[in-house]
Design a binder for this molecule. Structure first.
Ligand code: ZN
Length: 434
């Protein structure tokens, strides 16, 4: 079962409502992926965590999605977390007792925490009755060994020892439940503990996520020497610095990364993130990434795709951020041939995203000019009519256009059955301090 290409779907951000998931599964099948990693995170009404999350799917609906994916021929993998990235649970007062020294990382010494995680794994087994693998996350654990119980262990086994004891424990529990465990490899790479003289079961698979560049990817060689099976992970969508002020991401970075990982002789998970973390602001909706899904699922198909060169040009235009060129690109997008609803909605979204870029550029120009002009007033005085025209009237016009654009964005969300509409619109409005 080598050279499988999985797509990871992170539901914690914007995601399709239950009724729209089937269409996405069909689209992803058409892209050529062989499996799906489902990270339901805070979006399922878990029996284990009744007092946390922002649920939109019942456990029955989650199980129906998984069954549907399997019917279409996908291998399915659940993803849960066992130490870090549980802020959506630990942020709730009801679960404060599970925190590591009051911080939003799980305390691995807490018996209650272990019991809850085991319950959660059982719940996942019910939703994924046929899955051969489970992904236990275990990445980016930032708080280790701070509570009184963990501090004692810290002296004996160190940070990595505490981390690894918990990770190994849940890898073993997964095996006992018939799941082969996967974990992200960043903690192992960070601690440079590749020669793992630990209790980690030999069946454990290390997943090396590297979201920049085209390879050779950091850590691959040393991880492969460890004797454990190693998979790679690209990113179809993950953090970029300008993300809070944009509706779009820079496509080339993503295309280069997924193409680089598709060269890898082994299994790859193409990740698709919903937010930078549980408490971070939203990444854009799924339709934006249609071309990168195609490129990740089947590089040959993407090479021959009528959008291949056009999308490069689009990416260059976005990077240059030159308003007249963006205006032309908005018109040019009308001519892109679309053979599916997903492609059609992608084009619509790219146009909305470019219009937002134009508006943001106008806003910055107006705001910064006003700041500098205000600073110059004590030196040169004020021309009230010009000031009013350039700043007050201009801001009113920007506000009107922003209202129209946000209404169209809301329609886009409604038409595509996407969750997260109110939050995304609030975020994208928030940067305009009009
Ligand atoms: Zn602790």
């Amino acid at each position: 079962m080598q050279n499988q290409r999985f797509v990871h779907l992170d539901f914690k951000g914007i995601a399709p409502c239950f009724d729209k998931v089937h269409e996405w599964l069909l689209f992803l099948k058409g892209c050529g992926f062989s499996g799906i990693v489902f990270e339901f995170d805070c979006r399922v009404r878990w029996k284990t965590w009744p007092l946390a999350g922002m649920p939109v799917y019942s456990p029955q609906e989650a199980a129906a999605m998984v069954a549907d994916a399997e019917k279409l021929g996908f291998e399915t993998i659940p993803l849960m977390q066992i130490q870090g990235h549980l802020e959506w649970i630990l942020g709730e007062k009801a679960y404060a007792g599970l925190r590591e020294n009051g911080k939003l990382t799980l305390c691995p010494s807490s018996q209650e925490a272990r019991k809850k995680l085991a319950m959660w794994m059982c719940e996942l087994r019910e939703i994924f009755p046929h899955s051969r693998y489970i992904h236990l996350g275990a990445d980016e654990v930032d708080t280790i060994g701070e509570c009184p119980n963990c501090r004692k262990k810290l002296q004996q086994v160190g940070r990595f020892g505490i981390y690894m004891e918990n990770t190994a424990l849940f890898c073993k529990k997964a095996l006992a439940m018939g799941f082969r465990p996967l974990i992200w490899a960043d903690m192992i790479l960070q601690e440079q503990k590749i020669q793992l003289d630990t209790s980690l079961p030999p069946e454990t698979i290390l997943v090396n996520w590297q979201y920049c560049g085209s390879g050779p990817f950091h850590g691959m060689e040393s991880l492969q020497k460890s004797g454990f099976e190693v998979w790679g992970a690209s990113s179809i969508k993950s953090f970029w610095h300008e993300h809070p002020r944009m509706l779009l991401n820079y496509p080339q970075d993503r295309l280069i990364n997924v193409a680089g990982w598709n060269q890898f002789e082994g299994n790859v998970i193409h990740t698709f993130w919903g937010r930078p973390g549980n408490k971070g602001c939203l990444y854009p909706p799924w339709p934006m990434s249609v071309p990168v899904f195609i490129a990740a699922g089947n590089p040959d198909c993407w090479r021959k795709h009528p959008w291949h060169d056009k999308y490069q040009k689009f990416g260059d235009c976005l990077r240059r951020n030159n308003p007249p060129e963006i205006q032309d690109m908005i018109r040019e997008l009308d001519t892109w041939p679309c053979t599916s609803t997903e492609e059609k909605e992608c084009v619509t979204y790219l146009q909305l995203g470019l219009r937002y870029e134009l508006l943001f550029a106008r806003y910055c120009s107006c705001r910064f000019s006003q700041c500098a002009t205000d600073a110059s007033i004590p030196f040169v005085g004020k021309n009230p009519s010009v000031y009013h025209e350039h700043f007050c009237i201009q801001k009113e016009k920007i506000q009107e256009e922003l209202d129209i654009l946000m209404e169209e964005l809301a329609d886009f969300f409604t038409r595509n059955g996407l969750i997260g509409k109110e939050e995304f619109i609030a975020e994208k409005r928030s940067i305009f301090l009009l």
